[in-house]
Design a protein around this ligand. Structure first.
Ligand SMILES: Nc1nc2c(ncn2[C@@H]2O[C@H](COP(=O)(O)OP(=O)(O)O)[C@@H](O)[C@H]2O)c(=O)[nH]1
Ligand SMILES: [Mg+2]
Length: 200
């Protein structure tokens, strides 16, 4: 949940990029890092690189400036759908104000995307099984690849996004669609906060 300092009007959000291994989560964070002026972001930090496995998470802190009168920062995390990161992802997802679900558009990766979506839902449930409605947007990644390798957006939405949350075609390598998706999820989170704290 967001950390709020009402006196100083500081708001710190947690946004998670979640998805199967190799969908491009770390590349998405690099893409955002490259496009934000250096004084508005920290370094990209990978955590848990021991044991020769992929990092348990990447962390990128961002300063968004003043939004609706609040000085707003974001802790952006990339978390893999991988067993070795189980405890970490539960902890961070429990704190998430918004999620960017990254799904690889390649047809051959559909099963992994579906499995990552299921584990996201499980991990967002609280311990007594109630699901938590966290704002979510979908990033359909690697849209720079040849068309014949990719599933159409409609097919991906049918399998992964039946509730029709906002979706964005993106290429983190080319820098397309990523900032739009980040902006999309933060706008939804900020609208939600404004409606929960009218007049704040
Ligand atoms: N063609 C293409 N390849 C990408 C894109 N984003 C990531 N990749 C590649 O996909 C692989 C996995 O990327 P990475 O960011 O490490 O995935 P992660 O495991 O989800 O963090 C790497 O070889 C990247 O270069 C993209 O937008 N287009
Ligand atoms: Mg990674």
């Amino acid at each position: 949940m967001a950390r709020i300092d009402a006196e100083r009007r500081d708001l710190t959000l947690t946004v998670v990029v979640y998805g199967a291994p190799q969908v491009g989560k770390t590349t998405i964070l690099h893409c955002i890092q490259d496009r934000v002026t250096p004084e508005k972001r920290g370094p990209l930090v990978p955590f848990g690189t021991d044991f020769g496995v992929a990092p348990m998470l990447d962390w990128l802190p961002l300063e968004l400036g003043v939004i609706g009168g609040w000085r707003t920062s974001v802790n952006l995390y990339a978390i893999p759908d991988q067993r070795h990161a189980d405890a970490t992802r539960r902890l961070i997802l429990a704190d998430a104000d918004g999620v960017m679900f990254a799904a690889d558009t390649q047809a051959g990766r559909l099963a992994e995307n579906v499995s990552a979506m299921r584990s996201l839902r499980d991990n967002l449930d609280d311990p007594d099984g109630r699901s938590r409605a966290v704002p979510i947007v979908y990033l359909y990644t690697k849209c720079d690849l040849p068309e014949e390798l990719q599933l159409p957006r409609e097919a991906l939405n049918l399998e992964l996004n039946p509730s029709a949350h906002p979706d964005f075609a993106c290429s983190a390598l080319k820098g397309e669609g990523v900032l739009e998706a980040l902006h999309g999820v933060i706008s939804i989170v900020m609208r939600q906060y404004a409606s929960q704290r009218p007049g704040a």
